[in-house]
Write a protein of this length. Structure first.
Length: 387
C-alpha cells in the first residue's frame, strides 16, 4: 500500500493551501454575512486550474482524478474556505457530463467548468421524496423533439450562481412504476424555472433554494447522453465523486478547527504559567478529534484511489464510509475546538463557531449518516434492507 501522493499532487496541495490561506476564513465569513459569493476565490482557483483538475485535458482540465479534486476541496476547507459548490459543479456535474454526456455536451460544458467561468449545480432532492429518490415526482415529458419538465426541488445549492442546473427527473410513462431517471442540463434562464432562497442556519456564502419547474421546455439535447438509458448510470456516476469530495471538505474543516484551537490552547494561560493545553481535559479531546479526522482522511484516500482506478463498486463502499467518517469527525472537531477556545470559541473573530452549522449539515447532506448506515448494513453486513 502506498500512501504517497505524486509529486504533482504534493505541489497541488501546497499551491491550493497557499491560495486558501491568502483568502482565509475571515474572507469566507465576511462574504457570507454580506450575502455575497466567494467570486474572487472561485475565479482565481479556476484560472490556476484547480477547479478542473479532474476534467480531461482535451476539455481544458488538468487530466487528473477525484484524488486531485479531493485535495483541492480539503485544502481550501483547511484554510477556512469550505466551498460546497466544488462538490456539485466539478465533482458531480463534470463527472456526469464527462462520463455519460454526448461529445457535443462535453465540448459545450466542460471547458467552462474547468476554468470556473461556468457552474452547473445539481438538483435531485424533492420535498416529498427526501432520502428516497425512488419517489421523485419531477417529470420529463416528451413533446415532439422537446422535453417538458415539471416538478419541485428543495435545498438546491448555488442556483443563483450557476448558469445551469443538472436536474434529475423521471420519465412520465414508466408502466412498471419503477424509477427511470433522466438527467437534464437546464439553463437557469429557462422559461418556467424559478427559485426562492431558503433561510438556512449555516454561515456560508453559498445558499440553498427551492426550485420550481413549471412546464420548462427544453431542446432534445438537454437530456444527458444519447438516450434515456444513460439516466441511471449517469445518476450513479455522480455519487462517488460527491461523497468523496464532501468528505474531503469535512476533513479539511476538521483540520482547520483543530489547528485554530491548538494554536490557542498552546499559548493561553489562566492558571499561573501553565497553558490550558497542558491540561489533558483540554488536549485529549482535541487529540481524539485529530485521530478521527486522520482516520477519515485515510478512508477518503482509499475511496479516491479505488475510484480513480475504475473500481466503482469497491469505491462505493469506501466513499460512503469516508463520507460518514468525515461527517462525524468534522462535527466533533468543530465542537471540540469551540469548547477548547472557551468564550473565544463563540466569537466571530476566532472563526470556529461560524462552522457549526456547516458541519452539522454535513451529517445530513448530501446523504445522511442513517442512509449510509443502511447502505453499510445491507451491502457490507448482508442484512435485509430495512426500508
Ligand atoms: C446545506 C445543504 C445543502 C444541500 N444541497 C443540495 C443540493 O445542492 N442538491 C440537492 O439535490 N440536495 C441538496 N441538499 C439536500 C440533501 O441532500 C437532503 O437534505 C438529504 O438527502 C436528506 O433528505 P431530507 O432532508 O429530505 O431528509 P429526510 O429524507 O426527510 O430524512 C429525515 C431524517 O430521517 C432519516 N431517515 C430517512 N429515511 C430513513 C431510513 N430509511 N432509515 C433511517 N433513517 C432515515 C434521515 O437520515 C434524516 O435524519 C442539501 C441539504 C443541505 C442541508
Amino acid at each position: 500500500m502506498n500512501f504517497d501522493l505524486t509529486a504533482e499532487q504534493d505541489q497541488l496541495r501546497d499551491a491550493v493551501r497557499s491560495l486558501g490561506r491568502r483568502y482565509g476564513h475571515r474572507y469566507f465569513v465576511e462574504k457570507a454575512k454580506a450575502g455575497e459569493h466567494t467570486t474572487e476565490l472561485w475565479h482565481e482557483a479556476g484560472r490556476l486550474g484547480y477547479l478542473g483538475v479532474n476534467i480531461p485535458t482535451e476539455y481544458g482540465g488538468g487530466g487528473g482524478g477525484i484524488t486531485d479534486l479531493a485535495i483541492v476541496c480539503e485544502e481550501l476547507a483547511a484554510a477556512g474556505c469550505p466551498l460546497l459548490l466544488l462538490v456539485v459543479s466539478p465533482a458531480i456535474a463534470a463527472t456526469v457530463i464527462n462520463r455519460h454526456g454526448t461529445e457535443e455536451q462535453r465540448k459545450r460544458h466542460l471547458p467552462g467548468l474547468a476554468d470556473g467561468s461556468q457552474k452547473i449545480v445539481f438538483a435531485i432532492t424533492e420535498p416529498e421524496a427526501g432520502s428516497n429518490f425512488h419517489r421523485l415526482a419531477t417529470t420529463a415529458r416528451r413533446d415532439g423533439d422537446d422535453w417538458v419538465l415539471s416538478g419541485r426541488k428543495c435545498y438546491i445549492s448555488g442556483v443563483d450562481e450557476a448558469g445551469h442546473v443538472l436536474v434529475v427527473a423521471r420519465t412520465e410513462d414508466t408502466a412498471s412504476g419503477k424509477l427511470k431517471p433522466a438527467l437534464f442540463v437546464v439553463p437557469t434562464g429557462a422559461a418556467g424555472m424559478t427559485w426562492s432562497k431558503l433561510d438556512m442556519e449555516i454561515v456560508s456564502p453559498e445558499n440553498q433554494f427551492l426550485l420550481y419547474l413549471d412546464e420548462v421546455r427544453l431542446p432534445a439535447d438537454a437530456l444527458v447522453g444519447e438516450s434515456l438509458d444513460a439516466g441511471l448510470p449517469a445518476l450513479f456516476s455522480g455519487l462517488n465523486p460527491e461523497r468523496i469530495t464532501v468528505a474531503a471538505m469535512g476533513a479539511g474543516t476538521g483540520r482547520y478547527a483543530i489547528e485554530r484551537a491548538s494554536e490557542y490552547t498552546a499559548t493561553r494561560s489562566v492558571w499561573g504559567g501553565r497553558t490550558i493545553g497542558s491540561h489533558q481535559g483540554v488536549s485529549h479531546p482535541l487529540a481524539h478529534a485529530a485521530v478521527q479526522v486522520e482516520l477519515a482522511r485515510l478512508m477518503i484516500q482509499k475511496a479516491a484511489t479505488l475510484y480513480d482506478a475504475g473500481r466503482d463498486l469497491e469505491a462505493g463502499i469506501s466513499a460512503n464510509m469516508a463520507k460518514y467518517a468525515a461527517g462525524e469527525a468534522a462535527a466533533l472537531a468543530v465542537d471540540t475546538a469551540v469548547q477548547a477556545l472557551g468564550g473565544a470559541g463563540m466569537t466571530t473573530e476566532y472563526g470556529v463557531a461560524t462552522l457549526l452549522g456547516a458541519v452539522r449539515a454535513g451529517r445530513i447532506a448530501p446523504v445522511s449518516r442513517e442512509m449510509i448506515l443502511n447502505f453499510v448494513a445491507q451491502h457490507v453486513l448482508g442484512q435485509d434492507k430495512s426500508y
